[in-house]
Design a protein around this ligand. Structure first.
Ligand code: OGA
Ligand code: NI
Length: 338
């Protein structure tokens, strides 16, 4: 199995045709000619929290996703993170990459890989994506020796990037709580200690983009995701029964509400369903920073928003069920509805 996934890593991007494991069933294929664009996805200016709070409430209700600007994260750090990510995928020889190969038999293990689902059977369609996952919080999980050593500032930049994203995530969880009339700390207290993973995704050019997905439709399973992308389009949001392409904005950070925030807010705010499409001409890069509860945390709607519409769930069980069943839209979350 390990050998098989290694062969795919080498092959992807060099073939005239898509190998059969990557061909989506007709109903899941992207309609690249008719996808709408999410030009109207809200952009929230964080320089004033008073006006931001209200804008965030509207964005969470209408979209489950929004861009933030004046977010306090230095723009050169966003740029450096993107260029280091790209350098790992494009400049390191395969031997070097495989030195960091993640353990494909355990969920969300750290390192380089290309298979999202566990125990991928022959009938599972694979994503047209390679990735590198970094564990960055809590500090006890942070071990930079697991990360690429080239370029020489790689490890330091990932550390700084994680620190900055965590601060921003905490600020946003505070504003999201307040936008619902809750105390600032409500959602963060319900999440508990924050577990942060940084996943750099690399989507090689694909010879038949109309048959594949870079990343299949899903909502993120943690609390809040902060995503940056390069200038190549590919990320799509599902809204009002349509797939809309999120325009890349290089200085902005995209905020995605994830499943645990939907549960904690008792469905007032829904997690954003999204996917990535591929293209034939240019490789695409994104950096997603996930903020999740601990595996042992019990997640339930806050009492102020009762009566609860969602059952309490142990986060680790939610994640294992997600990995074993696959994302398939938002099926995992719907299973918790009363
Ligand atoms: C993810 C994700 C989208 C992208 O990693 O969960 O949705 O644009 N990524 O790479
Ligand atoms: Ni996602």
């Amino acid at each position: 199995m390990e050998t098989a996934s290694r062969v795919e890593l080498i092959v992807k991007g060099n073939l005239p045709e898509v190998p059969s494991q990557y061909i989506q069933p007709p109903e899941a294929r992207p309609n690249l000619h008719y996808s709408g664009d999410a030009a109207s996805i809200p952009t929230v200016d964080l320089s004033s929290s008073d006006s931001a709070r209200e804008a965030i409430g509207d964005a969470c209700r209408d979209w489950g996703a929004f861009h933030v600007i004046n977010h306090g994260v230095p723009i050169h750090l966003l740029d450096r993170m993107r260029s280091l990510g790209l350098s790992f995928f494009q400049d390191s020889p395969m031997e070097e990459k495989l030195r960091y190969a993640c353990d494909s038999t355990s969920a969300a293990s750290e390192g380089y890989g290309s298979r999202m689902l566990l125990g991928a059977k022959d009938d599972v369609v694979l994503d047209w994506r390679d990735y590198f996952d970094h564990h960055t919080f809590p500090p006890s999980r942070r071990n930079p020796s697991h990360w690429p050593i080239h370029p020489s500032d790689y490890r330091q930049v990932v550390g700084e990037y994680g620190d900055e994203m965590k601060k921003l995530a905490q600020m946003l969880l505070g504003l999201i709580s307040e936008s619902l009339g809750l105390p600032c700390s409500s959602i963060e207290e319900a999440v508990g200690e924050i577990y942060q993973n940084i996943t750099v995704s690399y989507y090689p050019p694909c010879p038949q983009p109309e048959l594949t997905l870079g990343l299949q439709s899903h909502s993120d399973f943690g609390a809040i995701t902060l995503l940056i992308q390069d200038d190549v389009e590919g990320l799509q949001l599902y809204k009002d029964a349509q797939w809309l392409t999120v325009p890349p904005i290089s200085d902005a950070i995209l905020v995605l509400i994830a499943d645990q925030t939907e549960i904690i807010t008792n469905g007032r705010y829904k997690s954003a369903q999204h996917r990535a499409v591929t293209n034939a001409n240019r490789a695409r890069l994104s950096v997603a920073t996930f903020h999740d509860p601990s595996k042992t945390a019990r997640i339930a709607p806050v009492s102020q928003l009762s009566p609860p519409s969602y059952k309490e769930v142990v986060y680790g069980q939610y994640v294992s069920s997600w990995y074993s069943k696959g994302p398939e839209g938002k099926r995992n979350l719907d299973a918790l509805l009363y």
